[in-house]
Ligand binder design. Structure first.
Ligand SMILES: C[S@@+](CC[C@H](N)C(=O)[O-])C[C@H]1O[C@@H](n2cnc3c(N)ncnc32)[C@H](O)[C@@H]1O
Length: 367
């Protein structure tokens, strides 16, 4: 897709148009975050391996467990400084983008309505107000996003979708200027691993605004592509964004634990970063739902935070920190799960499942 680079991301019609001052504020915060990631965060490994673990082993004759590591790390002034910087810049990025989006919200809602009401739609948008947003999304503002993914403060609200687009694209450079690099990588992985899979129906669960759904529509142009989420503001925005980019995707508001699709509806099911924001019961239910929805021979591919057992101690500490201080309470729980066991319980055969990536971020199984 060709589009000019504007305000740090590839321009599309649903994108927020920040004013000069709004952009300056956003860029300051994102540069600051990048400085912390590049110049402060590497010191955590030095503290962890060179100071904290060494003195723990000297005193106790063994490696610290996760809680002991957290307690010892947080007693270190360097880690305290990083922790405060990370949490505060995290909050500031949502606020900086959020204020600009609030100013522009009537415009953004107007544009989304025009795509929703157009007689020339490519895909579709189906909202279902009876869908109950799970407690793991309503009880906490995940990664300190004000209002989370689902909050609605006005009619036909798209605030949460616009906020995700702005922050997850410009604030997370590894997602790419369209925020779709994970989806692109997933498509490549699928094609390499399952060269004979020619999916006719594809489902992205927990799609948010569908940034990573688009590569599937592009790579498999004959397939019918569906994207579900529980969060209506993200789906409204995502539908309008996909339409504005000329991509045919069917967005619907559904709970991935219990969807309305018929048995054996899909050849390929994809998730990116869904599970670590759910719960233990939620993971089991979604794996079971994938098994119900896949046709025989169909594939599910899940990309998320990796396995604790494959992480080094600093990585374990970082995810543990997010679990306790960045409103991501299920990260440790997800990282500790044996996904082969979860898949087996859901009806998949262990021999048809794979877990790849340096920390085991990629999990896939064929039905
Ligand atoms: C981190 S975001 C996913 C990002 C997105 N997949 C991407 O690649 O840009 C997690 C999303 O999962 C959604 N979600 C959480 N639990 C869900 C459930 N049970 N069913 C459907 N969506 C869910 C949230 O509303 C949120 O939009």
């Amino acid at each position: 897709m060709n589009a000019p680079l504007r305000a740090g991301q590839r321009w599309h019609e649903m994108m927020l148009d920040p004013t000069h001052d709004e952009l300056a504020r956003q860029e300051f915060i994102w540069m600051f975050r990048r400085q912390i990631a590049q110049n402060v965060e590497p010191a955590l490994q030095v503290v962890c391996d060179g100071r904290v673990r060494k003195s723990f082993v000297k005193e106790h004759g063994r490696e610290p467990n996760r809680k002991e590591l957290r307690d010892a790390m947080l007693a270190d002034p360097m880690v305290q400084t990083w922790s405060a910087l990370r949490r505060n810049t995290w909050e500031a990025q949502w606020e900086a983008a959020g204020q600009a989006i609030e100013r522009d919200l009537p415009n953004l809602i107007g544009r989304a309505r025009r795509y929703r009401d157009s007689n020339h739609k490519l895909g579709s948008l189906e909202l279902d107000p009876t869908v109950k947003v799970p407690r793991y999304n309503t009880e906490i503002e995940i990664h300190v996003v004000p209002g989370g993914y689902h909050a609605e403060i006005t009619d036909d609200d798209v605030f949460a979708g616009a906020l995700w687009d702005r922050v997850a694209t410009i604030g997370e450079p590894e997602r790419g200027q369209w925020g779709d690099l994970a989806g692109k990588r997933a498509v490549e992985w699928i094609k390499k691993r399952y060269p004979n899979l020619k999916p006719k129906r594809i489902l992205d669960m927990g799609c948010t605004i569908g940034q990573n759904t688009l590569p599937f529509a592009e790579a498999f142009p004959k397939a019918e592509v569906h994207a579900i989420d529980v969060a209506a503001p993200c789906l409204r925005y995502g539908h309008a964004r996909a339409e504005s980019l000329g991509r045919k995707i069917h967005f619907s508001q559904q709970d991935a634990e219990h969807t309305r699709f018929a048995d054996e509806s899909f050849d390929l099911i994809y998730t990116n970063l869904l599970f670590h924001e759910t719960s233990r019961a939620g993971v089991h239910n979604i794996f079971r739902e994938c098994h119900r929805l896949l046709k025989p021979g169909g594939v599910m591919l899940h990309e998320d935070i990796g396995r604790s057992a494959k992480m080094n101690p600093t990585q374990v500490f970082m995810f543990d920190w997010m679990t306790h201080f960045a409103a991501e309470p299920f990260i440790n729980g997800w990282a500790d799960l044996d996904l082969f066991e979860v898949a087996e319980k859901a009806g998949f055969s262990r021999k048809n499942a794979v877990n790849e990536g340096p920390t085991g971020r990629t999990f896939a199984a064929r039905k």
